[in-house]
Ligand binder design. Structure first.
Ligand SMILES: O=C(O)CCC(=O)C(=O)O
Ligand SMILES: [Fe+2]
Length: 388
């Protein structure tokens, strides 16, 4: 699934965007803009499978069955829904109520936790602050991100890892609004349920690859996580308008688990350049492969491109949970994928922390961390720049 690379979108006047003739679709890949040709004879996926994982704690045989289904879905589509995942519906419903309450707060209360105040580039982001698609004015959404932090007590670092946090981590990687303590509580309640579910899925992936179930445990001992609360106001979307909630992109994760409230807006790009809807299905999370897992499978599991366009006239809320290996992990292509899939790919081992920083810093050029290190050449960037 390689994309045809054309001139970057930012260099093109709108009238010349190749997508306008219906033959190409545009998306962001890493920090680059690129296009995919729309197939004349479609053969790609037309819907996203739903996988029942009720037996995720069951017998080895039952878990291998789930693993097989996930394997097929990841190869065919890069996306799948999971149902019977064990996270209570009430908890999910309550969490979305907390999201609505948070985004309805006055700007000043939210800006107290603006992500420019945090070196790890987490916290609150007001409307139009990111721009996944350079042809637009920016992404029409508000967001709040938090994630792994070795020293926030809620994350029980010592209990989970059996050792003390690294001594160089002296300040929290998350930032919270001082006037809304219930926000931190609500986000953590959900996080505490998603984290163990994500860990179980990592073991299912090991089974899917016919590896020891614990094969990836070391890389995920204290993984990089990101949880991003999102609010998309309704936007007018017509054929000629490029207005989007979140521009087309592939995720920078190993896997992502997205909780969606009731309003549909997520669209997934298939191999033919056709957008397939991924509406909310009650009681499910929609999951997708991110670029780390794509790398380890040599592209056999694609990090499928997706975008959000809220055309419904209603407010939409969603809550992706991004899981990646720990920053120290070095990811090689798994042996079984070396002769499969994309022959042009390089099999080099990638370091998670190094790749992570290369992805997040260029996307936030005005962030104080990006400014602080602007004269440092990219090859010298380290993950620890986000911790100081
Ligand atoms: O809002 C959604 O449904 C998906 C969000 C997403 O793709 C992302 O944050 O990477
Ligand atoms: Fe995404």
């Amino acid at each position: 699934m390689t994309a045809e690379v054309l001139p970057t979108a930012s260099n093109l006047p709108n009238s010349q965007v190749p997508e306008a003739d219906g033959k190409y679709v545009y998306f962001a890949s890493g920090s680059k803009a690129t296009y995919r040709k729309v197939s004349e004879k479609p053969t790609g996926f037309t819907s996203i499978p739903t996988i029942d994982i009720s037996e995720i704690d069951g017998s080895l045989e039952a878990r291998k069955k789930i693993a097989k289904e996930i394997y097929n879905a990841c190869h065919d589509c890069g996306f799948f829904y999971i149902k019977n995942h064990g996270v209570p519906d009430e908890l999910i419903g309550e969490t979305f109520e907390v999201l609505k309450r948070f985004f309805a707060l006055d700007l000043e209360t939210k800006m107290d936790a603006h992500l420019h105040k945090n070196p790890a580039i987490r916290g609150y982001e007001p409307m139009l602050e990111t721009q996944n698609d350079p042809r637009t004015k920016g992404d029409i959404k508000e967001a709040f991100s938090m994630g792994d932090c070795a020293i926030e007590p809620e994350q029980n670092y010592v209990g989970r890892t059996g050792h003390q946090p690294p001594p160089h981590i002296t300040r929290p990687q998350n930032i919270w609004p001082s006037k809304a303590p219930w926000w931190r509580e609500g986000m953590y309640r959900y996080y505490q349920h998603l984290m163990p579910l994500a860990a179980k899925l990592v073991r299912i992936f090991a089974l899917a690859f016919d590896l020891d179930e614990h094969h990836f445990d070391k890389d995920f001992e204290f993984p990089i996580t990101g949880m991003r609360a999102l609010y998309y106001p309704p936007t007018p979307v017509d054929k000629d308008s490029a207005s989007v909630g979140l521009g087309a992109h592939a995720d920078f994760s190993w896997i992502t688990l997205v909780g969606q409230d009731k309003v549909p807006a997520l669209e997934v790009l298939n191999q033919d350049g056709i957008w397939i809807d991924a509406p909310p299905i009650p009681g499910t999370f929609v999951c997708n492969v991110g670029s780390f897992l794509e790398h380890q499978t040599n592209g056999f599991f694609p990090a499928t491109v997706h975008r959000v366009r809220n055309k419904t006239g209603q407010a939409r809320y969603s809550l992706p949970f991004f899981l990646g290996p720990g920053p120290e992990a070095d990811l090689a292509v798994l042996d079984q994928f070396k002769d499969k899939s994309d022959p042009d790919r390089k099999y080099e081992t990638i370091n998670v922390g190094k790749l992570y920083i290369k992805r997040v810093l260029p996307a936030r050029k005005k962030h104080p961390t990006a400014i602080k290190y602007q004269d440092v050449p990219e090859e010298d960037w380290t993950y620890d720049m986000l911790l100081k």
